[in-house]
Design a binder for this molecule. Structure first.
Ligand code: CO
Length: 468
């Protein structure tokens, strides 16, 4: 079970194809562009990036219109991409790269020396006002042209909201018409600074102190609350960041004896409503969260510890060691005191979770989609799932030699149910050494069409669909 290594193999070829070969029939209402982000290059000449999260960002776009699909891919012209390729070696400080030129030294200095820093924004995509941007965990987003995928430049905010680390998973609060995210500001007392972005300016919502900041990749949002889930993977001493020459993520420690903690913050007042502890755990992705009387329900793709981060080093992946995949845990957070407990919502594992976001984020919901690894198989992500949270039943899509990525749910514009839509997934077919875009009916989870790309697409992280 090591075929999946093709997904961690560089794809240097930037192509543009007007019409992919399509099998099956794509519904007429599916009209728009799926833009995906992820690493496209894992080494420069003889030197390699060390971690999956450090590969050089490559954007992929699938434009769907009248049943036809076009495709393009293009690297972000980040400083790392241009300088490393020009110099013929890896030389930048990312998630787990040796900090030859430490970004964290920059964080502690009063200025950023580069005129145009352009980070390796390889995690996610979003749209703020009219700008399409690629994001990573350094709070500098990179704007790109959605048609050509050309890099435009860094989106910078001239305001007082300061921090050195962010999440590439902002939430959109549909009721208040605000994007919400935080920046973690390191200092003698570090703070998670939550802000709201109305499309023009950013406004500080809440500043939550953190004596030992946790590594977090996402957070939860309900109708009235932000849910900050501080896992037990923490920075014991933030000053080490400034003085030790250790890659960013290797400064964090797993503290399995210490509780993890949910902080529930009122969006309107910025007040902390309550903090709820639970046994130590780790996760990257919140699935959804919602209020239910005097408790908050918080669904997370969860792990018993943070070993997954080590399992995602490229050496380990190239050796064929399959990483673990999270459990679908539903945490119940009491608002009036007491610890949080969880129940499992599926017998299948789940990662890269998606929901019908525009209709159900922050609300009680019935369906979640995700990538997963087949039970009992020591393999990389090799199936996608649809979990029915009412009865905990799970539908599965799987095909031999196929490795899917994040399944993105697209709602029918005139929906009759929560799952009325299609699911778009980029799948690597290792037997054919190519990738294809899989379209499934979200209700039945059956394939309706696929569109073949004439080359392989390395495993990516996240994408967004923008309807026309
Ligand atoms: Co993510």
């Amino acid at each position: 079970m090591s075929d999946y290594k093709l997904g961690f193999t560089t794809q240097k070829k930037e192509i543009q194809i007007d019409q992919l070969e399509v099998q099956g029939t794509i519904p007429d209402w599916v009209h728009g562009t799926l833009v995906r982000n992820g690493p496209g290059q894992f080494e420069v000449d003889e030197t390699s990036y060390r971690h999956w999260f450090d590969g050089l960002s490559q954007l992929h776009s699938f434009h769907i219109s009248n049943g036809a699909v076009s495709y393009a891919n293009r690297f972000i012209r980040s400083v790392s991409y241009e300088e490393d390729n020009a110099n013929g070696k890896v030389n930048y400080a990312g998630f787990a790269v040796d900090p030859c030129r430490s970004l964290f030294k920059r964080f502690f200095s009063a200025f950023i020396p580069d005129e145009n820093p352009r980070p390796n924004a390889n995690v996610n995509i979003t749209k703020i006002a009219d700008k399409y941007i690629a994001m990573t965990e350094i709070p500098m987003a990179v704007e790109f042209d959605p048609k050509t995928l050309e890099t435009i430049g860094v989106v910078d905010y001239d305001d007082d909201i300061k921090g050195q680390v962010t999440t590439a998973h902002p939430h959109y609060d549909a009721k208040r018409k605000l994007a919400i995210n935080y920046v973690l500001n390191f200092g003698p007392m570090s703070t998670y600074n939550f802000y709201a972005h109305d499309g023009n300016t950013r406004r500080l919502i809440a500043s939550i102190p953190a004596s030992q900041p946790a590594y977090m990749h996402s957070f939860g949002l309900t109708e009235n609350y932000i849910i900050l889930s501080e896992f037990s993977f923490r920075l014991p001493n933030i000053f080490k960041l400034a003085f030790r020459s250790v890659p960013f993520i290797e400064n964090y420690e797993w503290m399995g004896q210490e509780d993890s903690r949910f902080t529930i913050i009122d969006i309107d007042s910025g007040e902390v409503v309550t903090q709820v502890n639970t046994d130590a755990f780790f996760g990257f992705h919140h699935i959804n969260a919602y209020e239910d009387g005097d408790q908050v329900i918080c669904d997370i793709s969860a792990y018993p510890d943070a070993r997954l981060i080590d399992q995602l080093y490229l050496d380990s992946l190239h050796d064929g060691n399959a990483p673990s995949v999270g459990e679908f845990r539903r945490y119940t957070l009491p608002l009036n005191g007491g610890r949080a407990s969880y129940e499992m919502m599926s017998s299948e594992s789940i990662e890269l979770p998606r929901i019908n976001y525009s209709h159900n984020n922050g609300q009680n919901y019935q369906f979640a989609y995700g990538a997963s690894s087949r039970e009992g198989q020591d393999d990389f992500i090799n199936q996608t799932i649809k979990v029915n949270l009412k009865d905990k039943s799970t539908a599965i899509w799987h095909e031999d030699n196929c490795y899917p990525s994040e399944p993105v749910f697209i709602a029918n514009p005139s929906p009759t149910s929560e799952d009325d839509g299609v699911v778009l997934t980029v799948v690597l077919d290792t037997a054919k050494a190519t990738s294809f875009l899989l379209l499934q009916d979200a209700q039945t989870f059956q394939e309706i069409a696929r569109a073949y790309v004439p080359q392989h697409i390395p495993f990516g992280f996240h994408g967004q669909f923008f309807s026309n």
